[in-house]
Design a protein around this ligand. Structure first.
Ligand code: ATP
Length: 365
């Protein structure tokens, strides 16, 4: 398996910049998810790594070798578009072995490698069945087998679960991660679904308009978002923002909402007066009737073990994730308490986190 390193990668389509200044490393055996909304440049990045698209500028290294302008066939990478694409007239064995047959691998070796792959995917018992009669899950496993059997340096996957219904998708998310734990293949996985990325990836690159906004572990991205964009894209419901205008001095500052002093996250340089946003995740808001930070309940969404309660405050609507035990009335006045250890601070004009040099540090992995 291999390390993938991308350096200052850029792709222009005419005047349009689809990917810009992308730099990151996927360590040998690591699983990276490229995550972002439609059109943010995920597929273009993946296609450049695969060699299906040439970069306008920048470099791609595979195990230290500059492959930026090598043809796709010379890169030893398996590209999995959509796991359903099988040859319907062949049985499972032939489908999995096909890439080896076209490479001219001897028959005995094909047999051994197909059987080894089938064992890995736990589909040894269906090797001689026709693919047309297979259930969805087994079809996905066969398609994966066809990618694995080649023992490529790395796997590139473009929304492979995109066409599946929600329940089956969840099963496959689990299976793909299990498979990764077994074979440790360096993987780059494109998705617009934050749950898939969080559940499977070792590292996530959150993309926005061709730019990587943050590169980090799922925990870093969730707990220390580098920008308002990331804070809003990740989390369901997303992070709440309480906007205010102030200057903040280096070190520990505070802000007053409804007369309640809230300690701000520490900043490492003075911030000139301007609009700032305090970010708080829904699970870091508590109801405390004696708190002076007040609001009225706008709505509650019952989720079984907990509930999301929307509260209208003088600073806008805040969503809190709290225990489902208490019943709230619409319009009821409540007091809110923010967990001051879990807050983020952003500069509204740039959207960047300001509690440290987080934004610049976090963009390049
Ligand atoms: P999606 O999930 O919708 O595919 P994506 O994040 O993978 O989104 P890309 O497919 O990388 O996005 O596309 C990024 C942008 O580049 C889009 O605005 C797209 O229209 C544009 N684009 C992609 N390929 C081409 C092309 N060959 N010519 C012109 N524009 C292109």
């Amino acid at each position: 398996m291999a390390e993938i390193r991308v350096k200052n990668l850029r792709k222009d389509f005419g005047e349009f910049v689809a990917v810009q200044d992308s730099s990151f490393t996927v360590a040998d055996g690591e699983f990276l998810a490229l995550l972002g909304p439609s059109g943010c440049g995920k597929t273009t990045t993946l296609r450049m790594i695969a060699g299906l698209e040439l970069p306008t500028s920048g470099q791609i290294f595979l195990d230290g070798e500059d492959v930026s302008f090598n043809r796709a066939s010379a890169r030893d990478i398996a590209f999995v578009f959509q796991l359903f694409a099988l040859y319907p007239h062949m049985n499972v064995r032939k489908n999995i072995g096909f890439p080896l047959l076209s490479q001219g691998v001897p028959k005995a070796e094909i047999k051994a490698r197909v059987e080894e792959t089938a064992k890995l995917l736990q589909i040894g018992h269906i090797l001689d069945k026709s693919v047309s009669g297979l259930a969805g899950g087994d079809r996905q496993r066969v398609a994966l087998g066809r990618a694995i059997v080649r023992r490529p340096k790395c796997f590139l996957m473009d929304e492979p679960l995109g066409t599946l219904d929600a329940e089956f998708r969840e099963v496959m998310v689990h299976e793909l991660r299990e498979l990764h734990n077994r074979i440790h293949a360096t993987t780059v996985y494109v998705t617009h679904d934050q749950h898939e990325a969080m559940a499977m990836a070792d590292k996530i690159a959150v993309m926005n308009h061709g730019i990587i906004e943050q590169f980090g572990t799922p925990q870093e991205i969730y707990n220390r978002p580098a920008s308002m964009y990331v804070a809003d894209f990740i989390g369901s419901p997303p992070m709440n923002f309480l906007k205010f205008t102030a200057g903040v001095q280096k070190g520990a500052g505070s802000v007053s909402f409804d007369g309640v002093e809230i300690a701000l996250p520490e900043v490492h340089q003075d911030l000139a007066p301007g609009e700032l946003a305090l970010g708080v995740r829904p699970e870091h808001i508590r109801f405390n009737d004696s708190s002076a930070l007040r609001g009225s309940v706008y709505g509650a969404e019952y989720l079984g073990t907990n509930q999301i309660v929307a509260v209208e405050t003088g600073k806008g609507l805040l969503k809190a994730r709290v225990s489902a035990d208490r019943t709230f009335r619409i319009g009821e006045t409540v007091g809110l308490e923010l967990n001051s250890e879990k807050l983020s601070l952003f500069e509204c004009a740039s959207g960047r986190a300001v509690q440290s040099s987080l934004y610049t540090e976090a963009r390049h992995g």
